[in-house]
Write a protein that binds this ligand. Structure first.
Ligand SMILES: Nc1ncnc2c1ncn2[C@@H]1O[C@H](COP(=O)(O)OP(=O)(O)OP(=O)(O)O)[C@@H](O)[C@H]1O
Length: 661
């Protein structure tokens, strides 16, 4: 009796030590990566936990039609839609569920078989060692076979579920990215890049996980809990009744304390998120921090934040310590109680050693499965919240249509007319940028737009590109309102070179080829020719890797003048009929400026040009100068004409040297 009880106790305590933290943790929402199937590292978890807290309240942030993040509760139709995602995976999933039944049956058979083995050892040892060895070898061989089948089934289930999950994730990412790419620019003014990236990465993974692995784990937990309780009743109804009496009160207490612990954890995560935000912004803007010599101040600011995190973490450590100690203790009390009651029954010959062993293992299974069920619920809620956010984005119709509209058959001439144009940015509708702007830019001519800072010079370009739609009036290209034209066609005929051209973090050649409608069709000869015309060829050739040189994030590994010339080459390759130029002010040195200017002049030949001009020479050579003031064109004409207007705006701008020689 003593030896057998020791054996049971040892087996059970190993199992308990391994799984008790999981089932108790699950009661109050903590989970381990392996249990939930999440494969996230610690830094991801920071963000992730705050997301769990958000979604577990069943409220999710979503993107409304106005473009701004809104709050929404998942509806029944969304649940259906979530599951519809797995529709195309139904055969793989069916296969996985069949394998799940096999592997769960094997798992459920394990305690029963172990009980039988113990009973064989215990009873046949009295009949002689040889008989015992023979029986033990036989049953162990059978068990090994069963375990191998279980392992194979588990492998198959896992593999099929993962494959289905990844297929779902891939499809969602594809749909989502396509939808994001189609949205109008105003949408991006309101939604932060980080938010959208999270939709693409974390939310899609959550959804994929929910409709595959999570469902599989949930089914397994439910099946195993029911099966294990059934087996407990089968082994000993009396002991089952006793165990069911003592477990619920402990579980309820653990849940209440778990809530308190979750609150503390949330505070730690929130304060950590605030500290991380500070660090992120400073690191990404290190040049500004360095230029203002604010490193010490920034270190102090970050230190203050992490000290706050530390203070909260102390509190959390205390609460967690109490939690771990008490769950360990209460778990052991449960084991001891069942063990005590079972031992008493064993001494009265009401239960065998093997049966008691099986019983205790089934009890542990129930605990683990209940843990799995709570995890299933919270994971499902997270998946639902994530899918709601994703559907909102996928379903959103861009305010400025993508594609559609007229594709003119006639060759574009390039006459642009702004007629009674009224506009305010969607994010600031109360501030009008233009009230009644009228301007005609004849085909093939150069119009210099001047005006004080913030008068709306750059906005003219963004409206012509139809990044935004005007609130009144219209913009006409060769007599057709641009809001009737196919937007892709329209943009394909407009080239831009801005003061701060943005390059992608790829090679020089790829950046130039980006100007072509189909970059993959741009040949090296075309790229080199554009680079030569843009005065970029010599400096690119001087790089050890020539046109294969990587330009770094946003082209930061190139100088301002070099970036500009690559952008000019890109525009040359595009060969647009209309050109929007934002002249560099003081960013370039004299030599660079000469090369850029010369390249720009080459680029302007034969095109309709609207240039935001700062240099007097550009302004003087323009066919007409339009002076912006108070949301309209205040003065228009040649340089000589505008300079003759006594007290005129343009004259004042020149006198104030807003434009440089
Ligand atoms: N995306 C935007 N959302 C809201 N307001 C904007 C946006 N872009 C620009 N603005 C505002 O619109 C006004 C006109 O901006 P714009 O960039 O066209 O001026 P600008 O004349 O080109 O100025 P600068 O010469 O300083 O570059 C400014 O008051 C600016 O703050």
């Amino acid at each position: 009796m003593t030896a057998s009880m020791q054996l049971i106790l040892r087996n059970y305590s190993i199992l308990w030590r391994k799984y008790a933290p999981i089932c108790f943790k699950s009661f109050h929402g903590f989970r381990t990566g392996s249990q939930t199937g999440m494969r996230l590292n610690v830094s991801n978890r920071t963000f992730f936990i705050s997301r769990i807290l958000k979604s577990s309240s069943k409220t999710s942030s979503t993107t409304s039609q106005s473009g701004q993040i809104s709050k929404a509760i998942p509806k029944r139709s969304e649940v259906r839609r979530l599951f519809s995602l797995a529709e195309s995976e139904k055969w793989r999933l069916t296969g996985a569920v069949c394998l799940l039944v096999v592997s769960s049956s094997v798992t459920l058979a394990v305690p029963f078989c172990i009980g039988k083995v113990i009973d064989i050892i215990y009873t046949t040892s009295k009949e002689g060692h040889e008989i015992m060895k023979e029986k033990l070898t036989k049953i162990s061989t059978i068990l090994l076979g069963v375990f191998l089948v279980g392992a194979l089934a588990n492998f198959g289930r896992f593999y099929l579920m993962q494959i289905s999950g990844q297929n779902v994730v891939m499809r969602m990412r594809d749909m989502l990215f396509s939808s994001i790419m189609r949205q109008e620019i105003g949408f991006f003014d309101k939604n932060r890049t980080g938010e959208l990236i999270n939709r693409l990465s974390t939310d899609t993974s959550l959804v994929g996980q929910s409709v595959t692995m999570n469902i599989s784990d949930g089914l397994r937990s439910v099946g195993q809990a029911v099966g294990a309780v059934g087996m407990m009743v089968y082994v000993s109804p009396k002991l089952t009744a006793f165990a069911l009496l003592i477990v619920p009160p402990i579980a309820i207490m653990s849940r209440i304390y778990g809530r308190y612990l979750r609150k503390i954890s949330k505070n730690v995560q929130d304060s950590l998120a605030a500290a991380t935000q500070v660090a992120e912004e400073r690191i990404s803007n290190i040049r500004t921090v360095r230029a203002f010599a604010q490193e010490d101040m920034e270190m102090e600011r970050y230190r203050y934040r992490i000290l706050h995190v530390l203070k909260l973490s102390y509190k959390e450590a205390l609460a967690r310590g109490i939690f771990w100690a008490s769950t360990g203790l209460s778990g052991n009390i449960v084991v001891l109680s069942v063990f005590y009651a079972g031992g008493m029954m064993m001494s009265d010959s009401m239960i065998s050693v093997g049966e008691l062993s099986s019983f205790l293992l089934y009890a542990a299974y129930v605990g683990i499965s209940i843990g799995g069920m709570t995890t299933f619920y919270s994971e499902m809620m997270k998946g639902l919240g994530a899918s709601t956010r994703i559907w909102e984005l996928i379903d959103r119709d861009p305010k400025v249509p993508y594609g559609g509209g007229i594709l003119p058959e006639e060759k574009i001439k390039g006459t642009i007319e702004f007629k009674d144009l009224g506009f305010s940015y969607p994010s600031r509708p109360e501030i009008p940028i233009f009230t009644a702007l009228n301007l005609t830019v004849p085909a093939g001519s150069v119009t210099a737009v001047v005006g004080s800072s913030g008068s709306g010079k750059s906005t003219i370009g963004t409206l012509l590109l139809r990044f935004y739609d005007p609130s009144s009036g219209g913009i006409y290209l060769d007599g057709t309102n641009t809001n009737k034209l196919n937007t892709k066609w329209l943009r394909s005929h407009i080239g831009t070179v801005s003061q701060e051209p943005i390059l992608f973090s790829c090679s020089v050649a790829e950046n130039i080829a980006y100007g072509s409608l189909d970059p993959s069709s741009a040949t090296m000869e075309m790229i080199i020719e554009a680079a030569k015309k843009a005065n970029a060829y010599n400096f690119v050739q001087a790089f050890p890797e020539g046109f294969d040189t990587m330009v770094g994030e946003r082209g930061l590994m190139l100088s301002g003048g070099q970036r500009q010339r690559i952008a000019i080459a890109r525009a040359l390759l595009k060969n647009p009929k209309i050109l929007l130029l934002d002249e560099a002010t003081s960013a370039l040195d004299a030599e660079s400026e000469y090369f850029v200017q010369e390249a720009l002049e080459r680029l302007m030949v034969g095109r309709t040009v609207i240039t935001i001009a700062h240099r007097l020479s550009t302004i003087k050579s323009a066919d007409q100068i339009a002076v912006l003031d108070n949301g309209r064109i205040a003065e228009i004409g040649s340089y000589n004409k505008l300079m003759t207007i006594e007290g005129g705006l343009f004259r004042k701008l020149v006198e104030r040297q807003t434009v440089t020689a």
